[in-house]
Design a protein around this ligand. Structure first.
Ligand code: SF4
Ligand code: SF4
Length: 405
């Protein structure tokens, strides 16, 4: 017999979802067209209709733990075919923001990342921190001149390159390592809680490892994005941003390993490396892929806004940081190569502020979806929830407020 469920609506939660881009929530009259057309909805307990009614009722506790909100890739097929003009894709997007706020601690940062009035505060923190580090290191650290001793050997650095150092590399590395440690800790705490909540909801049928292998393949090929019927451009944009990040991560790891580990064993020229160095080439290609992907994502988002789809500040916060990281990184390198010192210092400073923001705010921003979505996908796969095989988009008339056939 079905157990009675006591509903305790959280009206603040409903208001927050509406403010965060889910402003069409109240239009839903539960026809279930969205669950039928969604290319990613499983046969068993499909979404997003159930999330629409739960959000209308303000069932915060249920929704922030719901793994299905992470299965959605925001393609907006459901929004296109909703006969009431509701936007379930945007509502799920707003629910993911609330879920990230729920799992990330400290809550004070989580609240600030999602609220535009705190943007100046969020920028001021790294801007002041990095300015102080530059000032301090320039006051008492003067480097070791045009030479550096590595394992008893004196290496002559290119004086022209050496003189470009605005802040010693070790200071940058210490700062970013500590910041990365903070982010990893926040993620670890949130994930443990999320995993416990997932385990309480469904039983696993296969092991985590085979499920994880399947999900990694799915992410690498972006196969879920290809299922999308009405918004294929998101696939290319997301792919560019994803592989851009992967290339930049490999580049940064190689530079870090080269400076601190390889040099301990074999003496290789220290960074900065020339532009034609393979690691540097990979970094440049990564930055170009990132910016091209970002361009497509932003264009797509603006087109959707023109189509009356709500876009929250939360999304733009992340897009702004990633765009700043990519453009200032690329421009700083080229300006340095051209020898324009003053511009280089400004660009590099902004670049450091943006990279720090990306590192520190990731567990509270939309980028946290990388961690929560992957976890939900793995758990879903391990529970044997399969996708419904169907071709809804061609079987329906594109109505946007009309009737589905
Ligand atoms: S298609 Fe629209 S009206 Fe129908 S259940 Fe989905 S959101 Fe609600
Ligand atoms: S936005 Fe796309 S993936 Fe998400 S619920 Fe709607 S149709 Fe499904």
């Amino acid at each position: 017999m079905t157990q009675p469920y006591r509903i305790e609506p959280d009206l603040d939660f409903v208001r927050d979802v509406i403010r965060s881009g889910g402003d069409t929530l109240k239009k839903c009259f539960q026809c279930a067209t969205c669950s039928v057309v969604c290319p990613l909805s499983p046969a068993d307990e499909p979404f997003p209709r159930k999330e629409m009614i739960q959000a209308q009722w303000g069932l915060k506790d249920k929704l922030v733990k719901d793994p299905d909100i992470w299965l959605c890739h925001n393609c907006n097929d459901c929004s296109t075919y909703c006969p009431r003009g509701a936007k379930p894709g945007d509502v799920l997007n707003a629910l993911r923001k609330k879920a990230i706020e729920h799992y990330a601690t400290p809550k004070a940062i989580a609240r600030r990342v999602g609220d535009p009035k705190y943007l100046p505060q969020l920028i001021a923190v790294p801007a002041i921190l990095i300015a102080v580090i530059i000032a301090l290191t320039n006051l008492w650290w003067h480097g070791d001149g045009p030479t550096r001793v590595v394992h008893g050997e004196t290496i002559v650095l290119d004086q022209a390159i050496r003189s470009w150092e605005m802040i010693p590399m070790w200071a940058v590395d210490v700062l970013f390592l500590l910041t990365a440690l903070f982010s990893v800790t926040v993620f670890a705490k949130g994930l443990l809680k999320f995993w416990k909540d997932l385990e309480a909801q469904r039983t696993r049928k296969i092991g985590i490892l085979p499920a994880a292998v399947d999900v990694v393949k799915q992410i690498a090929t972006h196969s879920n994005f290809k299922e999308c019927g009405t918004n294929q451009e998101r696939y290319l944009g997301h792919m560019g941003v994803f592989y851009g990040f992967v290339a930049l991560f490999i580049t940064t790891s190689c530079i870090f390993a080269g400076v601190y580990f390889v040099n301990l064993v074999v003496h290789v020229p220290l960074t900065p490396w020339p532009l034609w160095n393979p690691v540097k080439l990979l970094g440049n290609l990564g930055a170009i892929a990132l910016l091209a992907g970002l361009f497509l994502v932003i264009r797509n988002r603006l087109n959707q806004e023109g189509d009356d789809t709500a876009s929250s500040y939360y999304d733009w916060f992340l897009l702004g940081i990633v765009a700043t990281v990519g453009t200032t990184g690329l421009l700083a390198e080229w300006v340095r190569w051209l020898g324009i010192g003053f511009l280089y210092y400004i660009l590099y400073y902004i670049h450091l502020v943006a990279v720090w923001s990306l590192f520190a705010y990731t567990p509270f921003s939309k980028l946290a979806h990388i961690v929560y979505r992957t976890t939900a996908l793995v758990h879903n796969r391990a529970c044997g929830r399969e996708l419904l095989t169907k071709a809804p988009a061609v079987a329906l008339t594109e109505t946007q407020g009309g009737e589905s056939t």
